[in-house]
Design a protein around this ligand. Structure first.
Ligand SMILES: Cc1ncc(COP(=O)(O)O)c(C=O)c1O
Length: 385
């Protein structure tokens, strides 16, 4: 009875481990959670207050399907001023989480059998979404020596007549890698005349470390014409449960995507949109969060880098650290399961991100837990034969 498209999907390993971690915690076990995919901070109070006011003011009905004009205008302004993307509010569509923006864009562009190029390691939902659209996810393996980044050369080789879409995600979940302006220009030179849509997922934009500045792909040359920029409030403002994301695309593309929203979600939550409007111009919260995450990244890195049988990769962004565990002699899934079972440390096996031999550690947790987790990982590795 189940459609062949959905039959092809496997359930998310990330969600399985997360559920198991929560269950163990509920049972009173002292689990160190390096599996989290969301900031551990609560949503800032000034954002919550705006949501409460929206409820009290009766702002509780459907909004236009592309989102409220105020929020679309504020996002267009942000993208112009901060990201250098030439756009009007008619190019902006507000969605129920960035995840839905990505799905809606794929559904709007992909025809059956067309190819979506996905650099690996990748966020687990990209191939799944391409499959749901009846298209073919074509994985481009990137190399560790290139920092797990797509190069002009690997991209050129992967493009075929069937290629319709290229997905870029930086800072990247799970590698934490991000691209410099020059690296993006090289990709732009390869793709600019190919009639391919670039879907650029910049959800971790605000978490770029070492004083580096994030560059949006759509700000390069005429890339805005063929790029769908995706971003949202989940990670930047600790608002994962509010489900507010957005995309920016050429206004004809945005119109097509908006039709899809008309017939699927109708619109994103009105209350969450009001809350997002309060958040969008705030710079204090994201910069405080960035400073805290950078400290934690350094703490985890310092603690892991001297250990045997594990090689952490220093992330340039996000709150994830990918670790090479091939020297442990265990497959990713076995490493994560045994570490959780025996030492109560929860990590995500990265085989589901196309990176067998690696596990992903999230440092969206307290300094105390980071130190505790490092000590337990050390004991686990020492106990391995
Ligand atoms: C790379 C990437 N893109 C998109 C999302 C989805 O974000 P949202 O919560 O806004 O749907 C996530 C969430 O984990 C992510 O890691």
């Amino acid at each position: 009875m189940i459609s062949s498209r959905v039959e092809q999907l496997s359930s998310s390993a990330t969600l399985k481990i997360t559920a198991l971690t929560k269950r163990l915690k509920k049972e009173g076990k002292d689990v160190v959670n390096f599996a989290a995919g969301e900031p551990d901070f609560d949503t800032p109070l000034f954002i919550k207050e705006k949501a409460k006011k929206a409820i009290d003011d009766g702002f509780t009905k459907y909004t236009p399907s592309a989102g409220t004009n105020e929020l679309r205008e504020a996002i267009a302004r942000k993208l112009k001023e901060e990201n250098g993307i030439a756009c009007e509010s008619s190019s902006i569509i507000i969605t129920s989480g960035a995840k839905y923006a990505i799905y809606a864009a794929m559904a709007a562009f992909l025809n059956p059998k067309e190819e979506a190029l996905i650099p690996s390691p990748y966020w687990v939902s990209y191939p799944a979404m391409a499959i749901i659209c009846g298209a073919k996810p074509k994985i481009i393996k990137t190399k560790e020596r290139d920092g797990f980044k797509l190069t002009a050369q690997t991209l050129s080789k992967a493009i075929s007549k069937k290629t319709k879409l290229l997905i870029l995600n930086y800072p990247s979940n799970p590698t934490g890698a991000t691209y410099s302006n020059e690296e993006l220009k090289e990709i732009y030179e390869v793709i600019k005349d190919k009639n391919i849509i670039v879907l650029c997922d910049e959800i971790y934009e605000a978490l770029t470390y070492d004083g580096k500045k994030h560059t949006s792909f759509a700000s390069i040359g005429d890339a805005a014409k063929f790029t769908v920029t995706v971003n949202g409030f989940s990670k930047t403002f600790s608002m994962t449960g509010w489900r507010i994301g957005y995309l920016c695309a050429d206004k004809n593309f945005a119109g097509a995507i908006s039709k899809l929203i008309d017939h699927t979600t109708s619109c994103a939550s009105s209350i969450s949109q009001a809350a997002a409007l309060a958040a969008i111009n705030d710079k204090t919260w994201p910069s405080q969060m960035l400073a805290k995450f950078e400290e934690r990244r350094n703490l985890l890195w310092e603690g892991l880098k001297g250990l045997r049988k594990i090689k952490p990769l220093l992330p340039q962004g996000t709150f994830y650290m990918l670790c090479d565990i091939k020297k442990s002699g265990l497959a990713s899934m076995d490493f994560s399961s045994q570490l959780l079972d025996k030492y109560l440390v929860s990590t995500i096996p990265a085989d589901s991100f196309g990176a067998e031999g690696f596990v992903r550690l999230s440092f969206a947790t307290s300094d105390e837990d980071i130190n505790k987790g490092i000590a337990r990982i050390k004991s686990f590795l020492e106990a391995l034969k």
